[in-house]
Write a protein that binds this ligand. Structure first.
Ligand code: 4AD
Ligand code: MG
Length: 482
């Protein structure tokens, strides 16, 4: 059976076709706007009311599911090229108008907050249909890119015994009875009696395991769910998000940046080409949303111009040290407009600083690299100390307008002794990550990789401003409904 996306591209014909979908509206007992999820656009199905039983006409309500038969004709009205001259309507499932009225299915503009409370219904709205189709296209583009480039997908574990980022933001996994756990002699919970006979958690990143696979397969990538128990209730953080992590043997940091930039451009271009109708709709949605905002908070460009801008321009590569100088001398810093004033080399960058660099100073995507060793993860490749004795690591973060950090990556520390020392200095337990360290003994070469937060990419491409609105069922502090 043809779906509506395809039907709307077809030429008028006398051949009868069958279409199934959900009613979006029913006007004048004559015009059914039918949507089946394949496109933002509805198929207009024209019926002659006198040819249909009264009980059928009364059941053609918003949100009801119907099957129609008819043939495609050139549309008499404006707004669509073709419409279905409908001879038969069958009600597949009804929807009570009184119930529909109380939900986001009712045909009027709903607040995104309201849609979030009805996340089980919101995919039937124009906005979420569009976002989820773009999300699916981006997901496909990710695999397509890496497969075309000769990467292998590595399925890294979700249940792990290690903290890949060394940040301690993990969800514990345990089958012990929380009311009566076994205790050690010191009175602590005895995890040696737990399912894995040790402490276990949901993964925060597949990187460390991906590194071991890059050392055999050369070029690998992961694409899976990751979990962070960080208590960040922001529009850019989820407790469960999807991450793409390529890892490449023999790549140094410059090659890693080249890969990240090429990859980002490829997937954005793919979405623009394959989701043109949805992105056009989302551009209009963003424009409407912006009308409610102060001028300073509005997006500086229409959505499609912003995406084209990213495709056309080189990402600006700037060292952390240069960035700190720019920030220190910036107007908002001098006027004490930053919540976290920038005065010292070594300070961690906050999202207000990242956004200043991207949105105000450079006005294009930025790759920041060579960060102070103390503010980055233990596995990053240590540089020679600079003239002033400052230690940096070969880290890179990609910052996007409106988003801030979208990618975090690095060249990895491949030297056994240096890594062992760093793990010791940063209190990374060797008994947990012995295998990660041991890999450095056997043909351990220069290698690099990065992590792209998939939802942040979907936000960028769809122009949605809250990360809760680009994933079907968001998990955030205090919320695991659905
Ligand atoms: O910078 P992060 O923490 O880096 C890593 O996890 C590395 N292991 C990646 C690597 O080198 N293989 O996370 C990578 C990206 C961030 O840039 C951000 O886009 C996204 O993951 N991210 C989140 N997205 C949504 N919610 C959160 N809580 C996120 N935390 C990170
Ligand atoms: Mg990061």
């Amino acid at each position: 059976m043809k779906r509506i996306a395809e039907i709307l591209q077809a030429e008028p014909s006398l051949i009868e076709m069958t279409v199934r979908g959900w009613v979006r509206s029913f006007r004048n007992d004559r015009f059914i706007a039918l949507n089946d999820g394949s496109t933002i656009n509805n198929l207009q199905c024209v019926i002659e009311p006198e040819n249909h039983a009264q009980d059928i006409l009364q059941s053609i309500n918003v949100a009801a599911a119907v099957e129609v038969k008819g043939h495609l004709v050139e549309s008499q009205g404006s707004g669509q090229r073709v419409e279905l001259q409908t001879s038969m309507v069958k009600i597949l499932a009804t929807a009570d108008p009184e119930d529909v009225k109380k939900t986001v299915l009712s045909p009027k503009r709903h607040k995104l907050d309201t849609l979030r409370e009805q996340a089980h219904l919101r995919v039937r709205t124009n906005t979420f249909g569009a976002v989820m189709r773009v999300r699916a296209a981006l997901s496909f583009a990710v695999h397509k890119y890496f497969q075309e480039q000769g990467f292998y997908q590595a399925h890294t574990p979700i249940l792990t015994g290690s903290d890949a980022e060394g940040a301690g933001e993990m969800f514990r996994v345990s089958t012990l009875d929380p009311k009566n756990p076994p205790l050690t002699e010191e009175g602590k919970v005895d995890y040696s009696k737990d399912f894995f006979e040790k402490e276990a958690n949901l993964t925060v990143s597949g990187q460390l395991e991906a590194e071991t696979y890059a050392m055999g397969l050369g070029q690998v990538y992961t694409f899976g769910p990751t979990f962070r128990a960080e208590n960040s209730n922001t529009s850019r953080h989820l407790a469960e998000f999807w991450m793409i992590e390529p890892e490449v043997a023999f790549n140094d940091l410059a090659a890693n940046m080249d890969l990240a930039e090429d990859f980002m451009k490829y997937v954005i271009d793919y979405a623009m080409k394959n989701c043109a109708d949805d992105i056009e709709f989302l551009e209009q949605r963003l424009e409407n949303e912006d009308k409610q905002k102060h001028a300073a908070e509005r997006s500086p460009m229409p959505l499609r111009d912003k995406l084209k801008f990213v495709l056309k321009n080189n990402f600006k590569r700037v060292s952390y040290t240069e960035a700190i100088d720019i920030l220190r001398n910036s107007k908002p810093n001098k006027k004490k407009k930053f919540k976290y004033p920038v005065d010292q080399w070594g300070a961690d960058l906050q999202s207000e600083h990242e956004r200043y660099l991207v949105e105000k100073h450079f006005e294009c995507p930025v790759i920041l690299f060579d960060y102070p060793a103390t503010i980055k993860a233990f596995y990053m490749r240590l540089n020679e100390a600079d003239d002033e004795g400052r230690k940096t690591v070969r880290a890179m973060d990609i910052l996007f307008p409106g988003i801030g950090e979208i990618v975090g990556g690095s060249q990895r520390e491949e030297r056994y002794d240096v890594l062992k020392q760093k793990m010791h200095d940063m209190n990374i337990p060797e008994e947990e990550l012995w295998w990660y360290l041991e890999m450095r003994k056997f043909g351990s070469v220069v290698h690099s990789g990065f992590g792209l937060g998939f939802e942040r990419l979907v936000m960028f491409v769809t122009g949605m401003t809250n990360i809760r609105d680009v994933i079907p069922y968001p998990r955030t502090p205090g919320n695991a409904e659905f």
